[in-house]
Design a protein around this ligand. Structure first.
Ligand SMILES: [Zn+2]
Ligand SMILES: [Zn+2]
Length: 214
């Protein structure tokens, strides 16, 4: 977690834990609707457009080493069907749970170094800073996990016609005179078979029949 910038309590994704008062067991529930930050989702596949409302339901629980945050995010995501390329919209519901540690305590509540002193160890840990925590990285991870990697407009989307690119869901009876073409091709093939049959039969490539030496 980047600790270079101080958390700004005016950022809608920054939450204040002061009300919990560092009393283990204290609980706080809150809901907040925020504008989706940029690039919330799976890049170029499906995501929540920037500025779209994201409803957050949070439960903050004070524990020894920090604040355990459990919550759900709901929003509308937009993308494109991977089969037929039509734009699609889906209701996203992403659950998450994350521990935000007090910077001066480890998992057992023991005092440890300040965050940032050992970047390796602290890399995956999230901290409370001045009583505030930033939900954004948690929200991002949860949204990506909750979104389909291969979104489809409908479970059985038939995709596009391989011959002309038409969207088959719009036109279930769509077909080309492929049968006739194939039939003609077969007939053509039958003709050449007759002519070339002999060659085909005796035309095994030299070498194929030879025993392979080991
Ligand atoms: Zn589709
Ligand atoms: Zn077609």
């Amino acid at each position: 977690m980047a600790l270079n910038a101080r958390l700004d309590h005016r950022n809608p994704l920054v939450f204040d834990t002061h009300e919990l008062g560092r009393r283990p067991g204290a609980l706080q529930r809150l809901t907040r609707t925020v504008d989706a930050p940029r690039d919330l989702g799976i890049k170029e596949v499906v995501g929540v457009p920037e500025g779209t409302p994201v409803e957050l339901d949070l439960r903050l629980e004070s524990v020894m080493e920090g604040v355990l945050v459990t919550g759900t995010a709901r929003a509308k995501a937009e993308g494109e069907c991977v089969r037929c390329l039509e734009p699609l919209e889906l209701e996203l519901e992403a659950d998450f749970q994350e521990m935000f540690s007090y910077p001066d305590a480890d998992d057992r509540g023991r005092v440890i170094a300040e965050p940032g002193d050992d970047a390796e160890d602290d890399e995956d840990r999230l901290f409370i800073e001045d009583g505030l925590f930033d939900l954004e990285p948690v929200l991002r991870d949860a949204v990506v996990l909750a979104l389909p990697m291969q979104p489809v407009c409908q479970e059985d989307c038939p995709g596009l016609c391989s011959e002309c690119g038409a969207r088959l869901a719009d036109d279930p009876d769509h077909h080309h005179d492929a049968v006739d073409i194939r039939w003609a091709a077969l007939q053509g093939l039958a003709g050449t078979m007759k002519d070339g049959e002999k060659d085909e039969m005796s035309g095994a490539e030299p070498g194929v029949d030879e025993k392979q030496e080991k």
